[in-house]
Ligand binder design. Structure first.
Ligand code: FAQ
Length: 333
């Protein structure tokens, strides 16, 4: 599925190789500018390949580590229905990780290498998953805000120039929409509940608001990859543009819940037709990225433990594949 150019433009709109005088780099950029999808076997600049491996693998790690803060609540969800929904949601995130590792593999890197990078602490994953989930309302806040931010960031990735990543994002975004709604519905129930439940919802919003804004990455002035990634149409919007869209989209939702975003400087700017928000604490963001967030150590320890405990499954799968090989070859002959 990953290597098929399903959504390339019709042949008459594709850039014919003979029409371009320059080298492969120029032809590549023309293809990108013409909105052609780049596929795994196509020529691509090394920087493009490396950027994609970095972004897609960080994204895959985020999905896998992102299972932990909510997975923590599966055994304690307040009803059987909530438990079923949460299991399905967390399982979806695992599926997204698997999809994304497959997309990264089409660029010539192995899954083992990528997993090693995560477990050794060399690879980044989203800052947001280094925060704790002390109450049930945190599960609601993650669905509403974290999945909401993920959708805002990932809808444009459905139009990413790299075909396998763009196609993987279509299904991921559909599932994230369900996740966002289930989170918002948890927040709605709590905010319509008792005083203690409303307080719990407000406290969770207070905990997740600023980290959700940080998810979009450093401000445009400090984003080292954005300019090139936008030229290559890997990214379609800058970090600040997406952050602003998220704020404008989310504040009315908070108003509907009767909850208050923890930002004394937040105000509607009628002239600019958008919300103005206060400064983000980039020191906190940098600390989390350096491994000093509230849960960095706990998250990596949990992943290392799961990996070690899963060793027998990988060994059994390899042994089964080795045993099946001659039989398959025999049948083919
Ligand atoms: N956390 O130059 P830029 C989800 C790094 S999935 C950690 O702006 P870029 C689903 C960045 O990688 C959430 N690191 O970089 C879910 C770069 O690292 P380098 C993940 C961050 O790539 C929901 C350096 O800082 N989503 O939530 C962060 O152009 C609920 C410089 O930054 C994706 O990965 C951060 N927040 O833009 C699962 C989406 N921000 O070069 C479970 C795809 C930046 O030192 C439960 N990724 N960095 O290695 C992207 O769109 C981009 O990679 C950005 C960053 C926008 C994240």
């Amino acid at each position: 599925m990953y290597s098929q150019g399903l959504d390339n433009p019709p042949p008459e709109r594709m850039v014919p190789a003979a029409a371009v005088a320059g080298g492969p780099g120029e032809r590549f950029q023309l293809r990108v500018d013409a909105e052609e999808k780049i596929e795994p076997k196509d020529w691509m600049p090394d920087g493009y390949r490396q950027t994609l491996i970095r972004q897609i693998s960080q994204h895959a790690h985020s999905e896998i580590v992102g299972m932990l803060p909510e997975g923590n609540w599966i055994t304690r969800a307040p009803s059987l229905l909530r438990k079923c929904i949460l299991i399905a949601k967390v399982q979806d995130e695992g599926g997204h990780g698997a999809y994304l590792y497959s997309a990264a593999e089409t660029l010539g890197v192995s899954r083992e290498e990528l997993v090693d990078q995560l477990l050794s602490g060399k690879a980044k994953y989203s800052s947001i998953f280094n925060y704790p989930t002390p109450t049930w309302a945190d599960v609601g806040a993650i669905g509403w805000l974290v999945d909401g931010a993920a959708i805002m960031n990932q809808i444009p990735l459905c139009r990413c120039s790299y075909g396998p990543y763009a196609r993987a994002m279509v299904r991921v975004c559909r599932e994230e929409s369900f996740h966002q709604r289930q989170g918002y519905e948890i927040m709605l129930k709590l905010s319509q509940g008792t005083a203690a439940q409303r307080e719990m919802a407000q406290a969770a919003l207070n905990r997740w608001w600023w980290p959700s804004l940080m998810m979009f990455g450093p401000s445009d002035n400090d984003s080292k990859h954005s300019t090139q990634s936008m030229r290559w149409k890997i990214k379609r919007f800058s970090n600040d543009e997406l952050r602003q869209k998220f704020v404008d989209f989310t504040i009315p939702q908070a108003d509907y819940l009767g909850l208050k975003v923890p930002d004394p400087e937040l105000r509607w700017d009628a002239g600019a037709d958008c919300y103005r928000f206060g400064p983000i604490d980039w020191t906190e963001f940098d600390e989390v990225l350096k491994g000093h967030g509230p849960c960095n150590r706990e998250r990596l320890d949990a992943r290392r433990k799961a990996h070690a405990e899963g060793a027998w499954v990988r060994e059994a799968a390899l042994a089964y594949a080795a045993k099946s090989r001659p039989a398959t070859a025999g049948r083919a002959a």
